[in-house]
Design a protein around this ligand. Structure first.
Ligand SMILES: O=C(O)CCC(=O)C(=O)O
Ligand SMILES: [Fe+2]
Length: 395
């Protein structure tokens, strides 16, 4: 036995004990432990050993159970919903496969669209789509930028007139018209160059080869190049009236960056004079032109059978429209007639009134070398345009 010195005599050292709060044991350091310290320790006492394959199989069954529960819940909620609708609107008369897409009100089968409307009427419109649309249009109207073309009085350009969505919806309306006209053409026995569907109806002329400078027939814009054209007089289709409304809106809320306060004539600050803007109707003739690459329109002043105030909306691809004076030929420093180029991007709107409408010719020359903007030739793709005008009353 080991002995330790206590006072003047040596006595045997007591055995070290494991105590929780024992303080220091005589003859041992504070942190002293002997081999018995860890002998009762049990490691990983509750670990259950599992088989990986078994675990995987079990988790598949659990997910299956959960899916079944979710499906049953969904079916119950759908049955409930249908039951409620039946109670509100009466029993559905249709047991056919499209039963899910139709409901009935007192025996009358209605579509899902109708159902949505009815639900809105019964429960109130929560989506307020129309309000959102109106808000969007109001914001769009406020943010539009107008550019006055300084060299030509009465010529205005709005580059962001139509959003991408509005452009594609306008284009599909024009394509519909094209299809309808083509069908009518095919149904005719004798094919003429022009199809007269009746005054106040659609005119159509397919692109014709050769003749670069034919005089446009009734109501045309003057001298025309090769281009597929459809015209409508009188009652314009809904989409064209909507377009007129948008033009009116855009003019009313016009903002032009370079307008200085105290401008000599407030009227000149408007993209369209107010007597034109508020006439009834604003436009009653439309012409849709489809230009393939290389096709254009010769320099012309629109026929005098049309009133003042002409709008051109561009779609699909960009082009340069050139304006040149119709009478006094102002020449540039090289002796060529002076031309004012204006870039028409898709979605843009051009408004011509006064001098721009009567004293300046406009043309789109898409032959190589003429479609140049800021020194770069524009890569030509198909371009569609819509021109809106108003026929003079006494002609
Ligand atoms: O297609 C265009 O942009 C112009 C059409 C035009 O000037 C017209 O039809 O008179
Ligand atoms: Fe024109």
């Amino acid at each position: 036995m080991e002995k330790i010195k206590l006072g003047e005599c040596y006595s045997p050292r007591p055995k070290w004990k494991k105590v929780a709060y024992g303080g220091r044991q005589p003859g041992y350091d504070d942190n002293y432990t002997d081999e018995s310290f860890l002998q009762d320790m049990v490691m990983n006492a509750n670990v259950v050993k599992r088989d990986l394959l078994q675990v995987m199989q079990d988790s598949v069954s659990i997910s299956q159970y959960l899916c079944i529960v979710a499906l049953v819940g969904k079916v119950i909620s759908m049955v409930d919903e249908k039951q409620i609708l039946r109670e509100v609107f009466g029993d559905s008369s249709s047991d056919t496969e499209d039963e899910e897409h139709t409901l009935s009100i007192q025996g009358k089968v209605i579509s899902m669209e109708d159902e949505k409307q009815i639900l809105c009427e019964v429960f109130g419109d929560s989506s307020s789509d129309t309000e959102d649309e109106e808000d969007t249009l109001a914001i769009q109207a406020q943010n539009r930028r107008w550019q006055r073309i300084d060299e030509i009085r009465g010529l205005w350009l709005c580059r962001d007139f139509l959003s991408m969505d509005q452009q594609s919806s306008l284009l599909s309306s024009i394509k519909q018209v094209g299809k309808k006209i083509e069908e009518e053409r095919r149904n005719r026995e004798k094919e003429k160059e022009w199809d007269w569907v009746g005054r106040r109806q659609w005119w159509v002329r397919k692109a014709v080869g050769g003749g670069e400078k034919e005089r446009d027939g009734e109501g045309g814009g003057g001298l025309r190049g090769r281009v597929a054209t459809a015209m409508k007089f009188g009652n314009l289709p809904g989409w064209a009236n909507e377009l007129s409304g948008r033009i009116q809106n855009a003019v009313c809320s016009s903002r032009c960056d370079d307008l200085t306060p105290g401008h000599e004539d407030v009227e000149k600050m408007l993209p369209l004079p107010s007597e034109i803007l508020w006439r009834e109707p604003l436009f009653d003739q439309l012409i849709a032109n489809v230009y393939e690459p290389g096709e254009g329109i010769c320099g012309h002043v629109d026929l005098l059978r049309f009133e003042d105030g002409i709008a051109i909306v561009s779609l699909e691809s960009t082009c340069v429209m050139h304006f040149s004076q119709s009478k006094e030929e102002i020449v540039d420093e090289d002796g060529y007639p002076m031309k004012v180029p204006v870039l028409l991007n898709p979605g843009s709107l051009v408004l011509m009134s006064g001098e721009a409408r009567y004293l300046w010719k406009h043309e789109i020359n898409r032959k190589p070398g003429h479609q140049v903007w800021e020194g770069e030739e524009i890569h030509q793709k198909r371009r569609t345009s819509v021109t809106l005008r108003k026929l003079c009353q006494h002609i």
